[in-house]
Design a protein around this ligand. Structure first.
Ligand code: B12
Length: 431
């Protein structure tokens, strides 16, 4: 207790010294460990594994993987340019099963900037037009009265504006206006405040402001940045996270760009950093997208730096981790209760799995045992649960993962590892 008191006092002193949001130097070994978890991704150059977010995260980090980065970007280019351009011509291209979404196209454009490239030429112009068309569609879906919702989410809407902005492509006032309205009228989120979405909107606005785009809207943009910053600060948990552990990296990216200053901001960021470091020690960051959003922060960088990135900055070369094989013990079997109560015919079953299994392993085993069916879809963040017991989540619905009775999980089916005796509920909810 005495230690905690002294620690909080120290935080207060440090906070008062630095009243901007700064993340003091982080142990490079910790950063290397995180970077090493991205290494397997660098070797997977097939379509379903290519992940522009991973590339952006690495390039804005203090570590590098040498020539593999070049190869990776080349594969991204081949995939995204061909697929997007071809799918613009014909809807059913056999090579490109799914047309990349607005968000993925935006991340691809960020990846190009992370390599200090501007989108160029005829093909480039078509990609930009494509992204603008996506945004126009979303604008129509939101509607004149702002009562509707984007087909994707305001997160991807913000990402789209950010991507155009870092490529110095201006966006119409009325497109920016939709995001401004959503921030001003608290419509970014349906059910509860999403720190990630607010942070992404704030990063997009910060880019517009720094680039002197949309001068007629300058005042509204400045106010919107302030609004999201204040809300994110208010969302800080007693442990120090902004929202939860996984929204803290994007929140910090935004707060680090802040023109706002004050002891409150400095202390809040230091507290968040301490909480993040503790979670790193606990192994909370395993997911590649989450690592890719965190690495820039540990290198004092944000997505807004893609306006003019420093591609010559020295970065430490990553070596593959030397793994010591764990001693093989008799694998212990644990029981996890799986339940689906939100359907007419409820399902509840104890599923025996090996200790350390993921929730996805539990679902697979439940399916094998009979009486349980589910479907998933690949996403950049990993497998996303789309359907349970034949019931597919509809538009603006999703299958929520909860620890019974009512605690939403903070990880997906591939990353979450239930403990012995835990009960997991899958619940169809609106968002
Ligand atoms: C929007 C969003 C949602 C929407 C997605 C629907 C939609 N039409 O957009 C809704 C509200 C449905 C949602 C649900 C969930 N989400 Co979510 N979501 C996001 C958010 C804000 C943006 C995702 C995005 O658009 N990325 C950009 C595009 C280009 O990438 P993409 O791969 O094409 O995007 C798709 C996937 O990300 C997928 N998706 C969304 N959330 C999740 C979570 C996981 C684990 C997976 C595998 C996929 C996935 O939906 C996106 C749209 O199709 C991120 C924030 C962030 N920091 O990344 C959180 C985030 C990814 N979600 C998160 C979580 C935990 C979940 C849930 C598991 C929550 C729960 N307890 O049920 C569920 C998923 C359950 C399932 N069925 O598998 C965490 C993941 C943390 C981690 N360790 O990986 C994040 C980081 C939020 C957070 N800070 O906690 N989410």
């Amino acid at each position: 207790m005495r230690h905690l008191g002294a620690f909080l006092f120290l935080l207060g002193v440090l906070g008062a010294l630095t009243d901007i949001c700064e993340i003091p130097e982080v142990d490079i070994q910790l950063v290397e460990k995180l970077g090493q978890r991205l290494l397997p991704w660098m070797d997977r150059l097939s379509r379903e594994h290519l992940n522009p977010s991973v590339y952006v995260g690495l390039r804005l980090s203090s570590v590098q993987v040498g020539t593999k980065e070049k190869l990776y970007l080349r594969s991204l280019k081949l995939d995204y340019q061909q697929c997007l351009l071809r799918s613009a011509l014909s809807e059913n291209d056999s090579d490109c099963q799914a047309k990349p979404s607005m968000g993925r196209l935006s991340l691809y454009l960020l990846a190009l900037r992370a390599n200090c490239e501007f989108i160029r030429g005829h093909k480039g112009d078509r990609l930009i037009s494509q992204l603008k068309r996506f945004l126009e569609d979303e604008k129509r879906a939101i509607g004149h009265s702002h009562k509707g919702h984007p087909h994707t989410s305001y997160y991807q809407y913000g990402l789209g504006i950010l991507a155009l902005c870092v490529h110095q492509k201006r966006v119409h006032n009325n497109l920016v206006g939709k995001l401004l309205y959503a921030v001003e009228h608290d419509r970014l989120h349906q059910s509860h405040f999403s720190v990630d979405t607010a942070a992404m909107a704030g990063l997009a606005f910060t880019c517009l402001k720094r680039s002197n785009f949309n001068p007629d809207q300058r005042h509204r943009i400045t106010m919107a940045i302030r609004t999201v910053q204040e809300k994110i600060l208010k969302a800080q948990t007693p442990e120090g996270y902004f929202g939860n552990v996984y929204s803290t990296p994007l929140a910090l990216q935004l707060l680090m760009t802040s023109p706002m200053s004050g002891a409150e901001l400095g202390t809040a960021c230091l507290k968040a950093k301490v909480a993040l470091l503790a979670s790193l020690q606990d192994g909370a960051f395993q997911n590649a997208v989450m690592i890719s959003q965190l690495l820039p922060v540990l290198n004092h960088k944000t997505y807004v730096d893609l306006i003019s990135p420093d591609c010559l900055a020295p970065r430490v070369m990553l070596e593959p981790a030397t793994t010591t094989l764990p001693q093989i013990q008799d694998p212990e079997t644990i029981n996890v209760t799986l339940q689906v109560l939100s359907l007419l015919q409820p399902y509840r079953q104890a599923i025996p799995v090996l200790a350390g299994s993921s929730l996805e392993d539990v679902l697979k085993k439940a399916h094998m045992l009979g009486g349980f069916i589910y479907e998933k879809q690949a996403s950049l963040s990993g497998p996303y649960l789309t359907s349970v017991m034949g019931k597919e989540a509809g538009k603006r619905e999703f299958w929520q993962l909860l620890q019974a009775p009512n605690t939403p999980l903070q990880q997906g089916i591939a990353d979450y590892r239930p403990k012995d005796g835990e009960a997991i509920e899958l619940r169809l909810v609106s968002w």
